[in-house]
Design a protein around this ligand. Structure first.
Ligand code: FIX
Ligand code: ZN
Length: 422
């Protein structure tokens, strides 16, 4: 006699794969790192075809095919820049890069012509959208419950908006990004003085306590769910520099006291080609043992960590097996390509089960949520399906409920637990 559990077991691979795909595609996601802002943030809230096409990924690719001097490009209007990107990457060439395929996925999601000779119709469509409804529609299409913003307490425009007060949008959670404070202390200290925070460049005791107070106030003001920092490829811990002291005497103690995770994004080399502006950042292999030591020395602090170099991914998985306060997340930036997402996600399943966060979008423009999650879900479903199929061949079938449990944990549960949200 067939028991009820046996009847639910997905023992046929075609049905198993179909279930995995539908569950991965329908499960709501919490997007743990983006550069998106709600409409209340006005010019910081980017959306529409011109912003999509002047995304720094596409600008970097356009300069490889369009023979245009840097300064001439930067003197062009955003509309003219977008027209040049479209002509260069989508008309004169086939849009095969991941970032270009993303544009095609977005246009397709709105039923717009993906082979148009120009952007007239696309502009007319986006210009006809009412932003608040459009935001809801994009979150629906992408099945994103909420995104975590990148909020910089030293950014003048952002400060004014936070200090002027506004009704928070439940789609947008906040984080506190500390790059300006930790990666460029002398300029960070100057900015703090301008904002009336008394600090001394030599980090005396009064400065340390004022900095802690500054962080605590901004954590409350923006209701931050984590503190965040990007770190260069040559980051060392411990080291005898001011960043090390700011980490040990300000950031890590505040993270511990406030019970907030510290998100570390390691391996960027800023402005290797300054003429490309935001598109000019590069990457480098980094020292995973620096993060291991931080996890060992601060066991009460939870670390959400991503590395930019492919070569650091395996080490990160192994480090996470040693330190349960370390959660690997995302296939960041130059790793956010199907082949890399597949490779990295596969080894994470093999070494960490479901105890990691497979992806974040890093979206800078609202509609990017649509393609970044459509493409990520495709890779996650593919790799997860392989894992269940292997489990079946090894002698254990799964049920639909188990797949839903695992996928929910990967796309929302792990993060919600880290930041203590149900
Ligand atoms: O440091 C970061 O948060 C990076 O994601 C950005 O600086 C980068 O420009 C980006 O958009 C990557 O996708
Ligand atoms: Zn980012």
């Amino acid at each position: 006699m067939v028991t009820s559990i046996e009847s639910q077991l997905l023992a046929r691979t075609t049905e198993l794969r179909a279930q995995v795909e539908s569950i991965v595609n329908s499960t709501p996601v919490v997007d743990v790192h983006t550069h998106l802002f709600p409409p209340q943030f006005a010019e910081l809230s980017l959306w529409g075809i011109d912003e999509l096409l002047t995304y720094h990924y596409l600008i970097a690719e356009t300069f490889r095919s369009a023979r245009i001097p840097y300064d001439q490009f930067w003197q062009m209007s955003k509309t003219d820049q977008a027209d040049l990107v479209w002509k260069t990457l989508f008309v004169d060439n086939t849009p095969t890069s991941e970032a270009a395929q993303g544009i095609i996925s977005v246009l397709d999601a709105f039923g717009l012509d993906t082979r148009a000779g120009d952007l007239r119709d696309a502009r007319a469509f986006f210009n006809s959208q009412r932003l608040a409804e459009h935001v809801d529609r994009v979150f629906d299409i992408a099945r994103v419950t909420s995104v975590v913003m990148t909020n910089d307490p030293l950014d003048e425009k952002e400060r004014q908006i936070w200090q002027s007060g506004f009704t928070p949008d439940p789609h947008f959670q906040s984080s506190l990004r500390l790059d300006r404070l930790l990666n460029d202390w002398s300029r960070g200290a100057a900015a703090l003085s301008r904002y009336g925070v008394s600090v001394h460049p030599d980090l005396d005791a009064a400065t340390i306590s004022n900095l802690r107070l500054f962080l605590e106030q901004w954590i409350q003001r923006v209701n931050a769910v984590y503190l965040a920092l990007s770190l260069p490829a040559d980051f060392k811990f411990p080291s005898d520099d001011v960043r090390d002291r700011l980490l040990r005497e300000v950031v890590l103690p505040v993270a511990k006291e406030q019970g907030l995770p510290l998100t570390l994004m390691v391996g960027v080399r800023r402005r290797v080609n300054p003429q490309l502006r935001e598109a000019g950042d590069g990457m480098g292999r980094a020292d995973v043992t620096a993060i291991e030591r931080m996890c060992a020395q601060y066991p009460e602090v939870k670390f959400l960590v991503t590395f930019l170099a492919r070569e650091n991914q395996h080490e990160l998985c192994v480090a996470a097996r040693k330190f349960s306060n370390l959660t690997p997340f995302g296939c960041w930036w130059f790793l956010n390509n199907p082949s890399m997402v597949s490779e990295i996600t596969r080894e994470r399943f093999e070494l960490l089960g479901q105890s990691f966060i497979p992806q974040h979008s890093d979206a800078r423009v609202l509609e990017q949520l649509i393609y970044k999650w459509k493409h990520a879900r495709r890779q996650i479903a593919d790799v997860l399906g392989d894992s269940y199929e292997q489990l079946l061949r090894n002698g254990r079938a799964v049920t639909r409920e188990e797949i839903s449990r695992d996928v929910n944990r990967l796309l929302a549960g792990n993060f919600n637990e880290l930041v203590r949200q149900d």
